[in-house]
Write a protein that binds this ligand. Structure first.
Ligand SMILES: Cc1ncc(COP(=O)(O)O)c(C=O)c1O
Length: 442
């Protein structure tokens, strides 16, 4: 066993790694070979505390028995069933289980294989919905600055992170963006939802006035923006967006790829903020990150609008070879069982105040210019090194990895989102580890 743990791959060149500084990585590789509950084991035999639930996805912790057993069993029983014009029971069982935990009225589910595909699926549903309703001039999509909606063309078009957009041509046409809600001058070191910025939602009214409501299909936002460095919605912001969308017949899409499946202490952020969108986009925590799968929830009003015409006709020309794949469905059902049996969503809610207090204890560490938190999400923003943006946080990431803590950085922001099974003692361990890194990094 120790031989396997110590084995390094012969050659790292062939794999062009995603969202990675490939040359830096291949000089100093960081490889995980095992994981259990809150910890990874590195190829050189070290233990690393997971402060990020992998990539915001391993909400139930690693290698959980119900999930691994369900996958093995399903793989031996029914490995694959065609997804078009045919089915298998677990895809239906899962959809019903998902509808049970979704906000009331979200009664139908489309499956995908990732967050990016879920986003593009949601945008396509929104466009097609207006068209089947005889409102085909509603073709514009509205996103938000600093939004992250995955990497496919729909997602980067409505997304608002410049490095994810600038290399890829003109993207989708007819897209506009609302301003982001980050106001560090007014809201720095806020615990939970910031006081200032709720009125930024009225920028949507300005965009509607510019384009006319009759041309706008949907608005998409992350209820809590994650990948851009954790931007928590100001008080009242999401409710205002909802009201403006309702007033103008625009669909509101919540991208809950990060906030879904308990991250805020409720199944979805829609329930946490008590704001009901028309479409919810999910992935990641759906299968605990173990098997690629996404799910897009839509209301009955949207679903039913498509259910007309001859019954032998396909109602919506969209889907993936792996939509509702049997092994992914089995993994997702076992994941939902684990969340339910261990009360993990409630656990996240219970831990949130402890998490908040622990994180904000880092306020006096060197170069910290903001700390923000909600549910089991946190961010520590560092002042950038002059002329070398991202370097300070990346260096903290490397030091943390060496010291046995997995954190994630985006720009000069440290983003944290531990598995929901984290204990108070492990929160202390993580925060103390980060404190040491920030001091050493000064
Ligand atoms: C809000 C949001 N939407 C979409 C995505 C894309 O998901 P994926 O990487 O599974 O395509 C992510 C990934 O982090 C995300 O945070």
């Amino acid at each position: 066993m120790s031989n396997r743990l110590n084995a390094t791959p012969n050659d790292l060149r062939a794999f062009w790694m995603p969202f990675t500084a490939n040359r830096q990585f291949k000089k100093e590789p960081r490889l995980f070979v095992k994981a259990k509950d809150m910890h990874y084991t590195t190829y050189d035999g070290r233990t690393v505390l997971d402060g990020t639930a992998g990539l915001w996805c391993v909400n139930a912790g690693h290698c959980r028995p119900l999930i691994t057993e369900a996958i093995a069993e399903q793989a031996g029983e029914l490995d694959y069933a065609p997804a078009f014009q045919l089915g298998h029971p677990k895809a239906f069982e899962l959809a019903n289980r998902l509808v049970d935990i979704a906000p009331e009225g979200m009664n139908h589910v489309l499956y995908t294989n990732s967050g990016s595909e879920s986003v593009d699926t949601a945008l396509k549903v929104a466009l097609a919905y207006h068209r089947v309703k005889g409102d085909g001039s509603r073709t514009r999509l509205i996103g938000r600055e600093r939004g992250y909606h995955g990497v496919n063309f729909g997602g980067i078009s409505v997304g608002g992170i410049v490095s994810n957009r600038k290399m890829f041509g003109t993207l989708l046409t007819g897209v506009d963006h609302m301003p982001h809600t980050h106001m560090p001058d007014k809201n720095a070191f806020t615990k939970g939802e910031p006081e200032h910025g709720g009125d930024l939602a009225t920028e949507l009214e300005r965009i509607v006035t510019l384009h006319d409501a009759s041309t706008i299909a949907a608005v998409i936002v992350e209820p809590v923006a994650g990948s851009t460095g954790v931007l928590i919605p100001p008080k009242g912001y999401l409710k205002k967006l909802r009201d403006i969308c309702t007033k103008h017949g625009i669909l509101l899409i919540f991208d809950e790829v990060i906030t879904g499946y308990g991250r805020l202490g409720t199944p979805f952020a829609a329930q946490y903020f008590d704001v009901m969108p028309d479409i919810i986009v999910t992935a990641k925590g759906l299968t605990n990150g173990v098997i690629p799968m996404g799910a897009v929830f839509v209301t009955s009003a949207i679903h039913d609008a498509f259910m007309s015409g001859p019954e032998h006709m396909i109602e919506f020309f969209h889907g993936y070879t792996y939509s509702g794949n049997p092994i992914a469905s089995a993994a997702a059902i076992a994941t939902l069982d684990t969340y339910r049996d261990e009360g993990l969503f409630a656990r996240a809610a219970t831990l949130a105040p402890y998490w908040e207090k622990a994180l904000h204890s880092l306020a006096d560490c060197p170069h910290v210019i903001d700390i923000r938190n909600i549910g089991l999400i946190g961010a520590i923003e560092l002042s950038p090194i002059s002329g070398e943006p991202t370097k300070r946080a990346f260096s903290a990431f490397l030091k943390a990895y060496e010291s046995g803590f997995l954190i994630r950085t985006t720009g000069d922001i440290i983003a944290l989102s531990p598995p929901l099974i984290i204990t108070e003692a492990q929160i202390d361990e993580l925060v103390d580890g980060i404190r040491k890194v920030l001091v050493a990094n000064a």
